[in-house]
Design a protein around this ligand. Structure first.
Ligand code: HEC
Length: 197
């Protein structure tokens, strides 16, 4: 995954084997600098959120820190979008915020991340990127997995890990919550970035 150029090899082989058949479209390379920019943002945004979340957990406990996740996380993603010109968001196969439903590309990535994590790959190393055609526009898309850490289960774990005040607050704020039942190491979701090329 570190050397996207290598991914062109099967396409090339297919072309040689197919002979005169129409060649498959060659994967579009990312413009210079895009991957580095995306990685920079993906390294910064979750780390900043974790700092704020940890401080609030220490100050007011998990029920009190729910607002940090509800308000600060989307706010920080929005601020990063404005600052960098990239579209930044979080999504999950089992989302809590109704806006966190993945689109088709995101779903494919999240399913792959789940398979890799289940096979023992450390979630913190999982990332991927691709240039995708979106309505005739070429868009560079990037994803970094957000693995469940020990502290996350206070709000995303199984019922026995959630305090009664946390349960009550989640019920009130997120009646359609699907984001519980996670164990440390499982992929809670991903940070998704995109920018037209
Ligand atoms: C204090 C409770 C709390 C803790 C601890 C917590 N979260 Fe969340 N998480 C939430 C809430 C509330 C939301 C919904 C945020 C919103 O409305 O946008 C959320 C949403 C998310 C989302 C967005 C997708 C979705 O389901 O809506 C991801 C990804 C996520 N959390 C990952 C994590 C990870 C990883 C950790 C641990 C590092 C963590 N969370 C710790 C409460 C928490």
């Amino acid at each position: 995954m570190k050397y996207p150029a290598f991914r062109a090899m099967p396409a090339l082989a297919a072309l040689l084997i197919a002979g005169c058949a129409a060649p498959p479209p060659a994967p579009v390379a990312a413009p210079p600098g895009y991957l580095d920019q995306a990685r920079d943002i993906a390294a910064t945004v979750p780390a900043n959120l974790l700092t704020v979340l940890t401080a609030e957990l220490n100050r007011s406990g998990p029920a009190g820190a729910i607002e940090v996740c509800r308000d600060k996380a989307p706010e920080m993603a929005r601020a990063a979008s404005e600052r960098t010109g990239w579209n930044v968001r979080r999504a999950s196969l089992r989302n809590r915020n109704p806006k966190g439903v993945p689109d088709a590309w995101e779903r494919g990535v999240l399913e792959r991340f789940d398979t890799q994590a289940a096979a023992g790959v450390a979630g913190s190393t999982l990332e991927t990127w691709q240039v995708v055609d979106e309505g005739g526009r070429q868009v560079f898309r990037y994803a970094k997995a957000l693995p469940t850490q020990a502290l996350c289960v206070q709000c995303h774990g199984s019922a026995d890990k959630l305090s009664e005040p946390v349960k009550a607050k989640l019920r009130a704020l997120y009646p359609n919550d699907r984001a519980t039942g996670y164990e440390p190491g499982q992929i809670r979701g991903a940070l998704f970035l995109k920018k037209p090329i």
